[in-house]
Design a protein around this ligand. Structure first.
Ligand code: LMR
Length: 397
């Protein structure tokens, strides 16, 4: 059987890391995958994480299974991050949360669950979106569609076209929305624009599914969750897949969640029982370590503050790298306005480079960025910033 199978294409993002590792050029730069790196080019383990791990090691007295949806204390911590302390929906039992293997696992668990009840729905996603979104929903059996999002000419949000499309999406369909730090563009709706989106959602009746992978990388843990608080305030049903890969730096611990908000406790519990059957037939129940770390940090005020301070440091450093990138490009006299890079949120900059230019960066300069032109700004440092600016200047000359 295997003799007749052709190679699958490399992954658009993780495949770049494989190609980067195989590149013998000592000057090579990997700005592909969305991973935060410090000034020395390392992806550090946060000090709050190290402390939590030490405590876990000390306290742990069993390796027995967790419940299908994970630890209840983890779920409570996640719900507080998503909606704030003592949110009325949480107090009313209307929010249910499962610990999933990363945000990707959260999206897939959500997709499998939704497919059971929305068999003929289409899943709408922004154009462009994270390279894995289509694959996840298609693997769950959905047909995916695009809504307009990015205005290429102005490097901004094409809000009118986006909103207009949302008004035409049928009520039985599902709309995937990035809560903050839109991947790959870094361009988010303003709070006023979110209010309009929520008004349309209320009237149109489609099902909102939020992807929340960068909480704290936009403005703050609190203000980044505004869209969820808004939808919750309107009593709309919705789902959220959240990731702790970036904000806790727990990439290889695969720590995320899938949550649903229902209109009554009974409805949320009934729906969640089917989330659990999806998990049981997939990976049975989650692994402990990453969730244990998050639970430990969120439950201890001092550790939680330490984590928030470290998150602030990462966010501030990325913002400063954005300014340095714009200054570096301007200093090379390129006849283009790059100031839009400073207005983008999160780890990425959608540079406006074409696929051909991205190919030249890789083949001639060993600089790896995603084919859409997405640069992982969080991977820049003093030693590779000039290399990148020089190469971009030459590619655009
Ligand atoms: C990214 O977009 O680079 C990250 O979310 C990592 C991934 O899994 O693709």
């Amino acid at each position: 059987m295997f003799e007749s199978i052709q190679l699958a294409p490399p992954d658009a993002i993780l495949g770049l890391t494989d190609a980067f590792k195989a590149d013998p050029n000592p000057q090579k730069v990997n700005l592909g995958v969305g991973v935060y790196k410090d000034e020395s080019g390392q992806t550090p383990i946060l000090s709050a994480v190290k402390k939590a791990e030490a405590r876990l090691l000390e306290k742990e007295n069993t390796k027995s299974y967790l419940p299908i949806s994970g630890s209840p204390a983890y779920a409570a911590g996640v719900q507080e991050l998503l909606l704030g302390k003592d949110h009325p929906l949480v107090s009313a039992g209307r929010v249910q949360t499962a610990h999933t293997p990363g945000g990707t696992g959260g999206l897939r668990v959500g997709a499998d669950f939704l497919k059971k009840f929305k068999t003929d729905a289409h899943v709408w996603m922004s154009n462009p979106t994270w390279a894995n979104h289509q694959a996840i929903f298609q693997a769950a059996g959905f047909v995916t569609k695009d809504y307009p999002y990015y205005d290429k000419a102005n490097q901004s949000l094409d809000f009118d076209a986006f909103l207009e499309m949302l008004t035409t999406i049928p009520s039985e369909d599902i709309v995937l929305l990035h809560v903050c730090c839109h991947n790959p563009t870094g361009i988010d709706p303003t709070q006023e624009q979110w209010e309009k989106i929520a008004e349309v959602a209320e009237v149109a009746g489609w099902f909102p599914f939020f992807d929340f992978a960068y909480q704290g990388f936009g403005h703050s843990v609190e203000s980044d969750r505004y869209p969820l608080e808004l939808f919750a305030s309107k009593d709309l049903e919705f789902a959220v897949a959240a990731s702790f890969s970036k904000n806790f730096g727990l990439y290889n611990e695969r720590t995320g969640s899938f949550s649903i908000a229902g209109q009554t406790k009974e409805a949320a519990e009934a729906a969640f029982s089917h989330v659990k059957t999806s998990i049981r037939s997939n990976y049975s129940n989650p692994s402990r370590h990453g969730g244990g770390i998050v639970e430990e940090i969120l439950a201890d005020p001092a550790l939680r503050q330490e984590w928030l301070d470290e998150l602030d440091t990462m966010r501030d450093r990325i913002k400063s790298l954005r300014s340095q990138l714009v200054a570096g490009l301007n200093a090379r006299g390129i006849d283009r306005d790059f100031s839009f890079i400073e207005a983008q949120n999160g780890m990425f900059s959608f540079s406006g480079l074409t696929p051909d230019q991205v190919k030249i960066l890789k083949e001639k300069y060993s600089i790896y960025i995603v084919g859409s032109g997405r640069i992982n700004v969080a991977g820049l440092n003093a030693s590779n910033l000039d290399v990148l600016c020089d190469a971009i200047a030459e590619v655009l000359a």
